[in-house]
Write a protein that binds this ligand. Structure first.
Ligand SMILES: *Cc1c(COP(=O)(O)O)cnc(C)c1O
Length: 390
């Protein structure tokens, strides 16, 4: 048997630190109320912002695609894995985003790895310190020079850009909506600086897709920056309700990624049912005005009430509402107490966030009712008092 002592030691240390993750296993599909251990609890941690995972149109589209094409695509995109439905999805996504082209990948995570392929050894990538893990890993795979700027600090970004005139390409990369804090990137300021210093703007809109902008078109649309953001990454796994990711931008970007991006070249394309689901989701998004209004109204109500109870919701300005606890072990304890009170909200601790910034992260959806949100607020009050947070 292999000697796994080093792994065992690390696992023991995680348990001692109160940072060991236990995986919750659900007995029902994603929704506002879900079953765990035979018990119905209010679920407030999914990325199912618009409740599309069980939308009848999406389910029908998936089933019909399975009947027509089967369950798998059978190959990578460059061999027999590009079905007409994959192309159709990319065309519809480009129309929706208002870009020349889009290219779809297996996940948002791999989309970031793919897009970093544009960076060569004479280039520099300049990244917000709170960017998503998939951006960080994507950067690690390149030979480009790396610079980090403090979260949303435009003075620091400008100082870095000033020093980077000698590189072939400068790429500024940011989350559109930051996944742990729920705040929005200062995209207009980033675009202005990028134009001043001749840099490419790359925004990862995973938590903005289907959430921010008209009909959920993302942060570029939200700020009216069409044509001035060069790479828009989106996910099909969160508000869109299925799985996958895409890069939206100029045709030349797509052409380049098709030739060079390793997740495109060396990993099998999405099942046809997933492409069909996403196509149906775009149609829903086109008529999603009220749904997205409800999402933002729910978020404003919930965040306001959480703050009124006396909790710290950090920088939240989107449906992502963190309740900051601090210490990792206490954060997990708070999450456990909430579950006892019938509310599931995920504790998030170091290394996902800073050691003293542990939080229970709530994500409000359009499908939560006022009664649901009030139930969560009641649980927060009980658990908060019990832990001396209030
Ligand atoms: C969730 C997330 C991703 C990964 O998207 P998947 O489609 O789930 O792989 C990438 N970037 C950010 C900012 C995210 O929040």
């Amino acid at each position: 048997m292999a000697n796994w002592n080093s792994l065992r030691n690390e696992l023991e240390q995680l348990k001692k630190d109160g940072r060991y993750r236990n995986i919750s296993v659900w007995e029902s599909g994603s929704g506002t109320w879900m079953t765990i251990g035979g018990r119905r609890v209010l679920q407030m941690s999914s990325n199912n912002y618009l409740g599309l995972t069980d939308h009848p149109d999406l389910k029908t589209a998936a089933i019909q695609a399975i009947e027509k094409y089967g369950v798998g695509s059978g190959s990578v995109r460059t061999i027999t894995g590009t079905l007409d439905i994959h192309n159709e999805l990319e065309l519809e996504l480009a129309k929706f985003k208002g870009t020349e082209a889009t290219l779809v990948f297996q996940s948002g995570f791999t989309t970031n790895q793919a897009c970093m392929t544009i960076l060569g050894s004479n280039d520099v990538v300049i990244s917000d310190e709170l960017n998503h893990a998939s951006i960080i890993d994507g950067i690690r795979l390149t030979k480009a020079h790396r610079k980090i700027f403090a979260h949303k600090d435009m003075d620091q970004l400008e100082a870095v850009l000033k020093e980077c005139g000698g590189y072939d390409k400068r790429v500024v990369v940011t989350d559109g909506v930051f996944s742990m804090d729920g705040d929005i990137a200062p995209l207009p300021a980033i675009v202005e600086l990028a134009e001043k210093y001749d840099a490419i703007v790359y925004v990862d809109d995973a938590h903005a897709s289907g959430v921010l902008g008209r009909n959920g078109k993302g942060s570029t649309d939200h700020f009216g920056l069409h044509g001035r953001v060069h790479i828009q990454v989106g996910t099909l796994s969160k508000a869109v309700g299925a799985v996958g990711g895409y890069a939206a931008g100029d045709q030349v970007l797509k052409d380049f990624l098709i030739q060079k991006a390793r997740p495109f070249l060396f990993s099998t394309s999405a099942p046809p049912s997933v492409a069909a689901t996403c196509l149906a989701a775009i149609n829903v998004l086109k008529q999603s005005g009220e749904l997205i209004e409800q999402l933002w109204a729910n978020a404003a109500y919930f965040r306001g009430q959480v703050q009124a109870l006396g909790f710290d919701t950090g920088a939240s300005e989107t449906p992502i509402v963190p309740v900051i606890v601090g210490d990792p072990a206490r954060t997990m304890q708070f999450s456990d107490l909430l579950l006892r009170e019938g509310v599931f909200a995920q504790g998030i601790v170091y290394p996902t966030v800073a050691m003293d910034k542990g939080r229970v992260r709530f994500i409000v959806t359009a499908k939560h009712t006022k009664e649901d949100l009030d139930h969560a607020l009641g649980a927060l009050q009980v658990a908060g008092r019990e832990m001396g947070l209030l």
